[in-house]
Design a protein around this ligand. Structure first.
Ligand code: ADP
Ligand code: MG
Length: 699
């Protein structure tokens, strides 16, 4: 068996599990090894029966005397067993596991681990972990040691995972070899790789488990770093880009600035200088622009696209959702149409269509996927194409494509980003994100990118007043909202409870119910609309337009759809079940308001009375910067969900933690020490190649 064997090809039995395993990020046999325990159950105290103390968690080894099924009154079953060792006898019961009778028979040697209780004056093990032994000396994996507990998913238990991991480690032990240069291991006093794999799953003690985790975390960060360094080198060496002229068009660019309804912030100006330097060069730009919600990234991209246009190139602006694409299309058209730039929109809704503001053409096309770029082919050429991933799947390439802008880049997968880049001849690439990533981490994650930080908010913005509202104040809060809306004509978002990661029918139903309740009983005198992921594109557009045109007072929305929406008159946001979100996510949600110079408000609702949760949420009342909140989130919840599902719904880091700055720094330093002289380390090279399809960077 090769480590790279995909799970579904291992055996028939495995095929059944493949889908579920994928949820855990396990696609190949090797992935099992990197699916590391979240904790260990300590079953390492092995006791003879006579020495067991009530209340103690122990492991007992001995022989089965008898085992039988018993029905309980409520149609359930009990499995009663009795075992013995040289010192005595012990009773065991399990609940509802009738199959146990097929597994263990009288005279079988077993090892059981669990907490000893006293029941009717006799010692008893209740529902202990168990395994059947051929020999008392055999190495155990479920009992009698530190036993790994894994992240599980429906139908995949820790016990099952343990068995697979154990088998893979012993079957493939000759395929696990050290690949790091010896100097790195000795300088950092790390465990060897095969030992680290063994000890992270089946550690002799917690100290070794920790050392194993350190070694594997280091490897993860180190390989990420090396990957980034080599992509960066490749990019700089091999690609010939299209240098744009800037000075030549300075007058026109200045005229554009003059027409903006605001002055650019210093951070926007600095970022534009960095971008201009990139696009004027013969190498294609590969820059990531990170800016807090509301920091004004869109206009920066608009200016860049305008420069591309002045140089005779087309641009593509890619957004993660149709709503955002639509909004960008409106914004960009408004900004650039006065300068003769033609902007088009492509989305992936069931009805494919293209709109062109200039010509007013609106082409409906029910079936033919390929005719999306009609306008581009006709005389009426589009200079900027705004769209969702639907843009990716058009067969035609845009020969004059000079710039690709990816908004909310963390929402796009690696492949998607690769496809869009190949659409022209090495177009400049500008990725944008509002995910507040501390700088050190950004440098590691995106080591191959140049980074710009929009670390300044437009002038006149006020801090959004934020309150954590306890359950008993809900009614008052509703009254207050109604009063605000009536008095000031401001609008409000109400974010429905977060139910599932992806928006399923369950979420939609809950949202719809909430909407009905709010509309009919809470705010019967106000106009409400609802927005969720299962609406048709057209319906989404309509409800958003109504909200934008102030024909609705309140927009009830699920958490999945909100990202990036810009509605300056909406100044209240109410978030239900706030405790379910990370601080960074709450910050993103809160960023939907406070986008003008009016005072904005954020109300966080929670039922939780857990002091830790309350304290965490209270931080929202005082902290207003995404970066601060992200740092705090890291501290309070580890790397948690913030970076958790950035790519493909799989965690970016499986073992290492983004909160471990020291290790991140160390991995970076070691990578830079040996890069690019990798030829001296063939085993490392092989490892890098095999890890390559798992890279996380935008190309
Ligand atoms: P984000 O960075 O979250 O994508 P947007 O680009 O949507 O933010 O900008 C948020 C709002 O701020 C928009 O309404 C935009 O017109 C406005 N804006 C952008 N730059 C400035 C600025 N320098 N001064 C004032 N308002 C600005
Ligand atoms: Mg944005």
């Amino acid at each position: 068996m090769e480590l790279k064997t995909p799970v579904r090809e291992v055996s028939k039995a495995y095929t059944m599990y493949a889908k579920r395993l994928e949820k855990l990020g396990i696609k190949t046999l090797e992935d099992f090894l990197y699916h590391v325990p979240s904790r260990y159950e300590d079953f390492s105290i092995i006791s003879s029966i006579a020495n067991i103390q009530a209340g103690e968690t122990v492991t007992v080894k001995g022989e089965v005397l008898e085992i039988k099924n018993q029905r309980t009154r409520n149609w359930k079953t009990l499995q009663k067993a009795r075992m013995k060792d040289r010192t005595g006898e012990l009773d065991i019961i399990w609940f509802n596991q009738p199959f146990l009778l097929n597994l263990m028979k009288e005279e079988d040697k077993i090892s059981v681990s669990g907490k000893a209780d006293i029941y009717r004056n006799k010692l008893l093990l209740q529902s202990p972990e168990y395994e059947i032994l051929l020999n008392y000396k055999d190495e155990t994996i479920h009992t009698g040691r530190l036993v790994p507990i894994y992240p599980e998913t429906r139908g995949i238990s820790s016990k099952w995972l343990r068995r697979q991991v154990n088998k893979i480690i012993s079957d493939c032990r000759h395929k696990l070899f050290e690949y790091l240069p010896y100097s790195i291991i000795s300088d950092n006093q790390m465990l060897g790789f095969p030992k680290a794999i063994k000890e992270i799953h089946f550690p002799k003690n917690l100290d070794l488990a920790e050392k194993a985790r350190l070694r594997l975390s280091f490897d993860e960060l180190f390989l990420m770093q090396i990957g980034a360094l080599s992509r960066r080198k490749e990019w700089k060496q091999n690609l010939a880009g299209n240098p744009f002229k800037i000075d030549l068009y300075q007058d026109k660019i200045d005229k554009f600035y003059a027409k903006l309804p605001f002055v650019l912030t210093n951070a926007q100006k600095r970022t534009l200088r960095e971008i201009f330097a990139d696009i004027a060069s013969t190498k294609p730009m590969n820059r990531l622009l990170q800016g807090d919600v509301g920091s004004g990234k869109t206009v920066v991209s608009a200016i860049t696209m305008y420069v591309a246009f002045l140089n005779g190139f087309q641009s593509v602006l890619l957004a993660p959702t149709e709503i955002l694409a639509q909004q960008h299309y409106d914004t960009i058209s408004k900004l650039l149409s006065p300068f003769d730039v033609k902007v088009g929109l492509v989305t992936g809704s069931t009805r494919k269509r293209i709109m062109n503001k200039e010509s007013g053409i609106k082409i409906k096309n029910e079936t033919n996927h390929n005719s999306q770029f009609v306008i581009h082919d006709s005389k009426d050429k589009t200079d900027i194409l705004v769209g969702t991933h639907a843009l990716l799947y058009d067969k035609r390439s845009m020969d004059k494509l000079g710039l690709v802008v990816i908004d909310e880049q963390q929402r796009f997968g690696v492949e998607q980003r690769a496809i869009i880049r190949k659409k022209g001849k090495n177009p400049h690439l500008l990725s944008m994100t509002a995910t507040p990533i501390p700088r050190t981490i950004a440098l590691t994650m995106y080591g191959d990118l140049d980074l710009s930080f929009l670390d300044e908010m437009p002038k006149g913005r006020r801090k959004t007043k934020t309150w954590l509202v306890p359950a008993e104040k809900r009614k008052n809060a509703y009254l207050w909202i109604e009063k605000q809306i009536k008095n000031t004509k401001m609008q409000a978002f109400i974010i429905c409870p977060f139910i599932e990661e992806s928006e399923t029918l369950k979420t939609v139903r809950a949202a719809t119910k909430e909407y009905e309740l709010l509309k009919n009983t809470v705010f019967p005198n106000l106009k409400l609309g609802i927005l969720h992921g299962r609406l048709k594109a057209k319906e989404k557009e309509e409800v958003l337009k109504k909200f934008k045109d102030r024909k609705l007072d309140i927009l009830v929305a699920t958490p999945v759809v909100e990202v990036g929406i810009d509605i300056p008159n909406a100044n209240i946001i109410l978030i239900e079940e706030a405790e379910r979100f990370g601080l960074a996510q709450l910050h993103q949600l809160r960023g939907r308001v406070g986008r003008s110079d009016a005072q904005a408000y954020c109300l966080l609702f929670t039922q939780s009375k857990n002091p830790k949760t309350v304290e965490r949420l209270k931080a929202m009342e005082t902290l207003s910067l995404g970066n601060e909140l992200a740092q705090l989130d890291l501290k309070l919840r580890g790397h948690g969900e913030l970076y958790g599902t950035m790519q493909h719904g799989q965690p970016l880091l499986k073992i290492a933690s983004f909160s471990d700055f020291a290790l991140i720094e160390k991995a970076k330093k070691e990578a830079e020490k040996i890069f690019p002289k990798l030829d001296a380390y063939p085993l490392l090279l092989a490892k890098i190649l095999s890890a390559k399809n798992k890279t996380i960077s935008p190309d």
